[in-house]
Design a protein around this ligand. Structure first.
Ligand SMILES: NC(=O)C1=CN([C@@H]2O[C@H](COP(=O)(O)OP(=O)(O)OC[C@H]3O[C@@H](n4cnc5c(N)ncnc54)[C@H](OP(=O)(O)O)[C@@H]3O)[C@@H](O)[C@H]2O)C=CC1
Ligand SMILES: O=C1CO[C@H](CO)[C@@H](O)[C@@H]1O
Length: 326
């Protein structure tokens, strides 16, 4: 991506925005030049707080400017497709928060718009870019675990969100299926290295919004996976990959614990346990990849497949927990 520095515009002023703005500002080769909010006053407040020179009212206003090369979108999920497509059409490279969109159809529309405009894009799924995840991938590819049999992933947060939070609003793409299933279903797809051939899912719903998701996935080669996500149990962000030669346990894959190095454990068939730890900053690695010239297809396919998996979960739930063939 040229020129350097890559100038980012920020769309939205949410909870995650300030963290990602700090990550952008601390990444080599990046400058954050403009922030847009629905409210001009909020944009100005945010700009002053976080050292962003220009604040504008309205997202379209930001996209019309020629002092940005890329955008970061941190809106509620149901707005991701509209503004990602508008960003691509304005010729801006794109970093969009997870879930990329709310459906495979919308995801196809975003990817088509980016392809047509020739812009680079990533969804902001930070864990995929941690050096530890590069190691996971190479261990899987090198057969360190032998024949993989089962994968399990759990992601939950006990958070009675404030009324008005997009996670509690179906019309904004709320619910744990998209919000947290993105991580757990995505992890299973990453570890299996392919799409499942079938899924079966169940959700606990409150006011039309999923609070808990439980799902089973079947992959080619006899690999199975179980997924558990939700807003009604305390923090879990871990997974296992169980193989014939050894099994991997990771307790913090979505984001390393703040007070510990990124880590994982590998148990072999004889009971020996190796622990591994990794340095690195997942969001800065993600941003560096986006603004670089390297291939992004692996990450883009991961996002496309994850969106399809969440849709299969939803279809199974809609059909009273029937097993759905992909
Ligand atoms: N990668 C990660 O680790 C995380 C990712 N996320 C993802 O980031 C996205 C945003 O989440 P979060 O920051 O918690 O969201 P917030 O609700 O805190 O912020 C969303 C922002 O979107 C803008 N907005 C535009 N239209 C609406 C609307 N109709 N209702 C509410 N807000 C609107 C608002 O900015 P304004 O009005 O100023 O324009 C608002 O500040 C989600 O997709 C979420 O899944 C969230 C947390 C962590
Ligand atoms: O991606 C995310 C990470 O954790 C959050 C809990 O605070 C989620 O709800 C959020 O959307």
């Amino acid at each position: 991506m040229k020129p350097s520095p890559t100038r980012f515009g920020i769309i939205g002023t949410g909870r995650i925005t300030r963290r990602l703005v700090a990550d952008l500002q601390s990444t080599d080769g990046v400058e954050v030049t403009v922030i847009a909010s629905r409210s001009g006053e909020r944009a100005r407040w945010y700009g002053d707080q976080y050292g962003i020179g220009t604040a504008v009212e309205g997202y379209a206003e930001l996209l019309g400017r020629d002092d940005i090369d890329a955008v970061y979108i941190s809106l509620p999920p149901s707005l991701h497709a509209e503004w990602s497509i508008a960003s691509a059409q304005a010729g801006k490279h794109l970093l969009c928060e997870k879930p990329l969109t709310v459906s495979p159809t919308e995801t196809d529309e975003v990817t088509a718009a980016c392809r047509k405009a020739g812009v680079r894009w990533l969804d902001a799924t930070g864990w995929l870019h941690h050096p530890r995840s590069d190691a996971f991938r190479s261990w899987i590819d090198d057969g360190r675990f032998g024949k993989i049999g089962h994968i399990s992933a759990s992601v939950s947060f006990y958070q009675p969100f404030q009324s008005g939070d997009h996670r509690l609003d179906a019309s904004l793409g709320g619910g744990c299926i998209l919000d947290l299933g993105w991580y757990a279903g995505g992890l299973a797809r990453f570890a299996a290295g392919q799409m499942p051939t079938a899924v079966q899912a169940d959700a606990v719903m409150v006011d039309g919004v999923s609070q808990r998701l439980t799902a089973m996935m079947w992959f080619p080669g006899g690999i199975t996976a179980t997924i558990s996500c939700g807003y009604d149990t305390a923090t879990r962000k871990w997974f296992e990959v169980a193989g014939s030669d050894s099994s991997l346990i990771c307790d913090d894959f979505t984001r390393p614990w703040p007070d510990k190095p990124a880590r994982c454990w590998i148990h072999d068939a004889a009971g020996k346990v190796d622990s591994e730890s990794f340095d690195g900053h997942q969001e800065r690695s993600m941003i560096t990849r986006l603004i670089g010239d390297g291939p992004l297809e692996l990450f883009q396919q991961q996002a496309i497949d994850t969106q399809r998996i969440l849709d299969l979960f939803q279809r199974s739930i809609d059909e009273n927990g029937q097993r759905i063939e992909a």
